[in-house]
Structure formats: C-alpha cells, structure tokens
Design a binder for this molecule. Structure first.
Ligand code: CA
Ligand code: CA
Length: 274
C-alpha cells in the first residue's frame, strides 16, 4: 500500500514519528466526522441495495454504513502496524474501498469520502448543503438520486377544520430511491400525515414541506383563516388522488364533496379548484 510513511528511502525514526502522527490525525478526523452524524442508523435501509459491487460497501453487506468505515480503518491499521493480519482487505473489498480511485485506500481520501457520504445520507440538512458528498459515491454506483420534488400546489388557503391533500412527485422518474417525508413548520396551524393529507387546526400561516431522503425539498405555503360559512376561501377538498404528476392535483368534482373534521361538524359545498 502506498502509504507515505513506508515509502522507500525514508528513515526509520521519521517513519515511527509519522506513524504516531498519522494515527493521531486519523483519530481526530474520525471523531470530528462522526460528530457530524447525528444518528448512526445501522438498520437504515435508505441506501440499501443488493448490489455486491457497491462502492463504499467495503464489507459486502449490501449497504453502506459505519461498519464499512470501521473495516477500512482496521485495514489501514494493519497496513501500518503489520499486526492483525485478519484485517486486510481482499481484492474486491479493496476495490470497493478505493472510493477516490488511486489504488490506495487511505484515510485522507477514501475514509473521509465515505464518512461524508454517510453523514449526508443520514441528515437531509447536510445533504442539502453538500450534495456533492452524496454524488461522488452514488455516481460511481450509477445510482440516480432525486434532484427535485414537485408539489401539485405551491400555496393553499384553508379554513380551520378543513382538510386538503398535497401530492408530491420526485424527479427524475428513474431515481433509485424516491422516499420523501411531509412536515409542517407549525403543527398548531396545519398538521400533515404521511400521505400528504393536511388538516387546518388553527389560524395562521405555515409551510408544509416535502423532503426527499437526500434533502431535496419543496414547500407549500398555507394560510389558515377562521371558519366562516361565507368564507370564500378555496381550499382543496380531501381526496386521495394518486394520479397527480405534479400538475392536476387531487380535487373531486361535483357538489357532494362533504368532509368531516374529527366528527365536530360537517358541511357540504361545491368544490372549487384552486
Ligand atoms: Ca457495508
Ligand atoms: Ca483511494
């Protein structure tokens, strides 16, 4: 392994000093990067694949996680100390660990790249800020990641007690993992469930956001006004339309579009398309 400290022509004393220094730097870098990862989810299947050639999946478990980093660090420790011979990577593992392809598995490039990838995959905020952290490994694995998420509505007027449905479409269609989550910025105004069904619970303004697993997000601005029979607001009626390709939205037609709100009251009115 072309680790600098074992290059030919180096003096043994210098190599010994460098050895301690490298171990120390490795430790500090690892601690720093692990601190970037808010929650290490070994069971997280968001990046799971059956592809045994997955770059970064050093131990061939079918997914990329901290156990791959540990495998790489053990290997590097072996390279330096000539101990723990069982820690050596075989040719396939080495190929998957050589993320920055230079035929060297090192901390500076490969371990850091892997740690960054794991940090970004587990934290949408990091992914949003550093999409390139995900791109490096994903590109090598030819995994298409979401680049956009379209909502059928960018704004919505509702009355307290009313329900509405938002539909999200992850772009591109071919994305490997199109998982996304709904979230309201103020649950005292609007609550949203995992199917994008909103319920207005209080007066005010907030956003309902759909965010993909890799941090791509889109917001719908919602204004909730008090309920009044003559209120001209045109909130969407509740439907579960799944045909929405980001455009047509889910609105029932006809005059029977009644909806209930927790059994408190019920009324009927024509549905207006917004
Ligand atoms: Ca693995
Ligand atoms: Ca490398």
């Amino acid at each position: 392994m072309a680790l600098e400290i074992y290059d030919e022509g180096r003096e043994p004393k210098r190599a010994k000093y460098m050895h301690k220094k490298v171990i120390c730097v490795m430790f500090i870098i690892t601690v720093l990067l692990i601190s970037l990862i808010p929650k290490i989810e070994f069971a997280d299947d968001s990046n799971q694949t059956s592809n045994k050639d997955l770059i970064g999946d050093v131990n061939g478990s079918g997914k990329i996680d901290m156990s791959d980093v540990i495998t790489m660090l053990k290997h590097l420790s072996n390279e330096k100390t000539q101990k723990h011979s069982e820690w050596k990577l075989d040719a396939d593992q080495f190929r998957r660990a050589d993320i920055i392809e230079d035929n060297i598995v090192d901390v500076k490039n490969d371990v850091i790249a892997l740690l960054k990838y794991i940090a970004a995959s587990n934290n949408p905020k990091i992914a949003q800020k550093h999409p390139e952290w995900l791109a490096l490994i994903n590109d090598k694995n030819n995994i298409i990641v979401p680049t956009d998420i379209a909502l059928n509505k960018s704004q919505l007027d509702m009355m307290v007690g009313e329900k509405a449905t938002l539909t999200a479409t992850v772009v591109p269609e071919e994305a490997e993992n199109k998982t996304y989550k709904w979230k309201s910025t103020n649950e005292k105004v609007v609550q949203v469930d995992s199917n994008g069904i909103l319920i207005a619970v209080g007066e005010g303004k907030c956003s309902v956001n759909a965010t993909t697993w890799n941090g791509v997000t889109k917001a719908c601005a919602v204004v909730v006004k008090p309920y009044s029979a003559g209120n001209g607001n045109t909130a969407n009626n509740t439907t579960n339309s799944t045909s929405g390709g980001g455009g047509s939205g889910g609105t029932t037609s006809g005059g029977t579009g009644g909806w209930s709100t927790g059994g408190r009251w019920r009324r009927h009115r024509p549905v207006a398309e917004t």
